[in-house]
Design a protein around this ligand. Sequence first.
Ligand code: LER
Ligand code: MN
Length: 274
Amino acid sequence: MKLSLVISAQPTRYSDVAFVGDLEHTLGRLAQMGFDGVELGIRDPQGLDAAALRAMLARHGLACPAISTGQAWIEERLSLTSPDERVRRAASERIHRHITLAAAMAGPAGPPMVMLGLIRGKRSEGVSDAQALAWLVEALRECAAVSGRVGVRLVIEPINRFEADFIHSAREGLALLERVGCDHMGLILDTFHMNIEEPSIEESIRLVGSRLFHFHVSDSNRWYPGAGHVDFAGVVRALAQIGYDGYLSGEFMARPDAETAARRMIAHMRPLLR
Ligand code: LER
Ligand code: MN
């Protein structure tokens, strides 16, 4: 298992990323601290140069296991479950651009995965659960067809009930995967959401098993691992049991500051991976 950190490739209001700003400088600092990779939060891939990003990552010896799309919801309210057909279409098309960027960024370990969390949107008033789910499934099947053509894997994130109004748990995430029916779509689990929604973090990791494609770490209070009460030794043991060999990607608030939080994540997590 390897360690990465969620950072933003563009300016953002999203608060749970530890670094926003000069990307080249950030990558240099993270490589020095001992990270293996970075997960890039990207609101809109338009205007980003995949070859330049790939070269910048390579200069610092960092991988990019995933790019995430949630800023398109946070900044622009693009949603796969909006009652407005034009908004749903814009959200799908935005994800297609993320997929194209991911394909063009492919490094030695293949292309980054594209993460779909908040962009599923919130169920609007007057829209039933069944309707929202039907729109979501339809959009995910379309995204899966696009990503399948270029060999990019998609990951769905169960998100806690205070931030999203459906697909909160690992079990609900698995049911969604079943309904979409696509082998190159899996789940990402996030210890912050799991601490709120799952009866047992370890049991839920085991339940997801081989459908676990990616993993976010932050402590129970959304601070860096080690700042709250999540048992990360138990988390790593459960991940090892299911043969998970991907990234543990830190996604937490920049507290007390970005640099200290990132260092403390490495100090807490690295010894658990040995
Ligand atoms: C995104 O990965 C996430 O975990 C959500 O909580 C977004 O805020
Ligand atoms: Mn997350």
